[in-house]
Each structure stands twice: as C-alpha cells, then as structure tokens.
Design a protein around this ligand. Structure first.
Ligand SMILES: Cc1cc2nc3c(=O)[nH]c(=O)nc-3n(C[C@H](O)[C@H](O)[C@H](O)COP(=O)(O)OP(=O)(O)OC[C@H]3O[C@@H](n4cnc5c(N)ncnc54)[C@H](O)[C@@H]3O)c2cc1C
Ligand code: SF4
Ligand code: SF4
Length: 350
C-alpha cells in the first residue's frame, strides 16, 4: 500500500459518474494516494441504486442497496476527493496530461465552467433504463402499470406498495420480466442480469408485508446471481405463481383491473388473467452519454453501444461498472476494483 501511495503521489484521476462504480473507484484511488476529481451530472451521488429500498423481510436479502449509502459516506470522509456535482464533461485536451472542461448541468447556465487536470480518466457513466412506452402494456396510459424502478422508489420512499390510481394496496400483482431486454425486435439481445433477482426480492418483500397478496411472475427464464440466490429462488417459488410466458397484451377492464393476455406454456392455449397492478421489469441499456464519451476520449464502444472493457489502455481511459454492460451492485464494485488496478498499473508506467 505504501509503495503504491508513493507511486501515485502527485497523480490525478478524473472519475466521470458518481454511481456505485464511480464512487468505489474514487474512494479506492484516493486511498491509494491519487488525487481524485469526481464528476457527477446530477445533484446527488449514488446513481440509480441510491433510489432503491431495503427489501429485507425477516432477514437481509443482499440486494446491495445499503452499500451505496455506505460508499457515499466513505467518499465524503476520504481526503483527496474533489466532488463536482451537477457537472459534466464537455471538452477534452491532451498534452501529456488531460485537461478536462467541466460544464454545469442543464439549468445552471450562470455556474462557472471549470477546467481540471488529470493523468487518467475512469468512465463510470452507468446505464440508461429502457423506456417501455412502445410496449403494448399501457405504460404512462394505465396508472397502475409501473416500472421496477418506480416500485423500488415507492418502497424506499413510503415503505409500502400502493396502486397509483387510488392509493389502495394491490391484491393481485403481476411482474412482466425482460421488458426491453432479450428482445430481437429491439436489437437488445442481452440479458439485463439484475431484474429477475430484483423483481423476486420485491415480490417476496411484498408478501412478507401482506401475506395475502397474490403475485404472478411472467418470465422467459430466471437469471440467477449471487451465491445464495438458489436458496432464495426455491423459497420464492413457493410463494409466487411462476408462468413461463410473456404477455402479448394488457388492457384495462372494470374497476381498475388490468387484463393480461398470454399463451399458456402448458396447454398451448391463449389465456387471460386480471391484476390490480403490473410491474414492468425494464432492462439496462447503454448509457445515454456513451457516444459522447467515446468521441471525447477516443474510447471504443461494443456493437451494443456499451463502452468496451479495457484492461490496458494506452491513453489512460478506463471504463467501469454498467457503462460496460448490465451488472449488479456487487459486480459494479468488483468492476471498479479491477479498473483501479488497471489505472494504477497505467500510472506507474506513465
Ligand atoms: C429496477 C432495477 C433494480 C435493480 N436492483 C438491483 C438490486 O437489487 N441489486 C443489485 O445489485 N443491482 C440492482 N440493479 C442494478 C444497479 O442499479 C446497478 O448495478 C448500479 O446502479 C450500477 O452502478 P453504476 O455506477 O455502474 O451506474 P449508475 O447507477 O447508472 O450511475 C452512473 C452515474 O453516472 C452519472 N453520469 C452519467 N453520465 C454522466 C456524465 N456525462 N457526466 C457526469 N456524470 C454522469 C449518472 O448521473 C449516475 O449518477 C438494479 C437495476 C434496475 C434497473
Ligand atoms: S443489502 Fe438490501 S436487504 Fe440487506 S440490509 Fe442492505 S438494503 Fe436491506
Ligand atoms: S435478468 Fe431476468 S428479467 Fe432481466 S433480462 Fe435477464 S432474464 Fe430477463
């Protein structure tokens, strides 16, 4: 550690994006002795995961949400990290070191433009959630159709799940999986990795609060992750009706009901079922700023539009976290740790 701290003294790294990946990278680099400039577009640190609620029922289900708060505290307490909120990268010059021009985010036109120097850049600009309005599920038209992100925010904000239309607790809930992921028509062939686990955790949390809630899970197949997931999944299957099909249509019926039409995988016949509330498990898409970052910093993109992983960058530009593809909070932390090792190796040589 001392040896690394000596080698990194006087070096500065810009970390673009203050989600869990950027926070972890910033904290680790600063602890290793580098000066860190952390640039975050929004007004708060934490990224998407800062909006998730605790889904512990009788015990912790390892959703990872609290790791984010803990990491923000650690970043705030670590010397050597200069945080720029409501800022984004606008221009880049390289003459030995990088000079990065940070401009204020939209709506802050009178805030100053800042130039910062850096020897290396970590790109942790995260993912963009899929917008499901183009799917035949009435999102933004039927009030009781919400996304998994909105359900997370509801759990975090109110510690309960209610129907937006009337504030009543839903008796019949459905989760539609793979909305915007694994979808050849959209050209999104990837699995978003986290939405099966996230939906099952939210469903079990709801059952622990209101054991009578009837929950149906429409899926293609279940992506498991984490070492305890199999045990968790076996328990979830006892409480949740699992239907291996994705509804083709959803439309309103009397008294705020929503009727889903799907192809029964067992009888091979069309079937219908009515719900009070439907949750769309939307997928993780490439971050909106990936093309800009790729242009400004000459960073390669994958065919899908994520930033290509780079272990050995000649230019000192290293992506981390979901900017490189869908992954969970623990995997985004691991990705940041690996990126920090790559940055250190680069800084030691340059
Ligand atoms: C509905 C849902 C539920 C999930 N549930 C779980 C779960 O239970 N457990 C789990 O482990 N994972 C879960 N995930 C995945 C989790 O959200 C991600 O693993 C995590 O958010 C990745 O962090 P990140 O830092 O890579 O990206 P992000 O969280 O997207 O953070 C990126 C940050 O970069 C900032 N940024 C973007 N562009 C710029 C720019 N140009 N300049 C400056 N800043 C910029 C953004 O404002 C943001 O703060 C879930 C995902 C979804 C969609
Ligand atoms: S990991 Fe998730 S379930 Fe466990 S305590 Fe933290 S927020 Fe709650
Ligand atoms: S994690 Fe589950 S819901 Fe999400 S894309 Fe993969 S299989 Fe579909």
């Amino acid at each position: 550690m001392t040896h690394l701290a000596d080698n990194l003294a006087g070096k500065r790294v810009a970390v673009i994006g203050g989600g869990i990946a950027g926070l972890s990278a910033a904290k680790d680099l600063a602890r290793l002795g580098a000066g860190v400039v952390l640039v975050e577009k929004s007004e708060t640190l934490g990224g998407h995961a800062a909006g998730y609620g605790c889904k512990a029922a009788d015990r912790c289900v390892k959703c990872g949400a609290c790791i984010v708060e803990e990491t923000i505290r650690e970043v705030r307490a670590t010397p050597g990290i200069e945080v720029h909120l409501l800022s984004t990268l606008d221009d880049v010059h390289r003459d030995g070191r990088y000079t990065l021009t940070l401009t204020p985010a939209d709506g802050l036109d009178d805030a100053p433009v800042v130039a910062v120097q850096a020897d290396a850049v970590v790109l942790a600009t995260g993912f963009k959630p899929y917008d499901p309005r183009e799917k035949p599920y009435g999102y933004k038209t039927f009030p009781n159709v919400v996304t998994n992100l909105e359900l997370e925010a509801m759990i975090r904000g109110t510690d309960q799940v209610i129907r937006p239309s009337d504030g009543a607790a839903p008796d019949r809930m459905a989760f539609f999986q793979c909305v915007g992921s694994r979808d050849a028509k959209l050209g999104h062939l990837w699995c978003s990795q986290v939405c099966c686990g996230s939906a099952l955790r939210m469903a079990r949390w709801m059952r622990s609060r209101r054991p009578g809630t009837d929950i149906t899970f429409f899926y293609i197949d279940v992506q498991t992750f984490g070492k305890d997931f199999d045990v968790f999944y076996r328990a979830a299957k006892d409480e949740i009706r699992m239907i291996r099909a994705l509804p083709a249509d959803l439309y309103p019926v009397s008294e705020d009901g929503l009727k889903a039409v799907f192809f029964d995988p067992e009888t091979h016949e069309p079937r219908e079922a009515v719900f009070d509330m439907v949750v769309l498990s939307i997928g993780l898409l490439p971050g909106a700023d990936n093309p800009l970052m790729a242009t400004l910093l000459d960073a390669p993109l994958t065919d899908d539009g994520f930033l290509a992983k780079t272990a050995d960058s000649a230019d000192g530009v290293f992506p981390a976290g979901t900017a490189t593809g869908p992954m969970s909070i623990p995997d985004a932390i691991q990705s940041a740790e690996k990126t920090v090792r790559d940055v250190v190796r680069y800084l030691e040589k340059n």
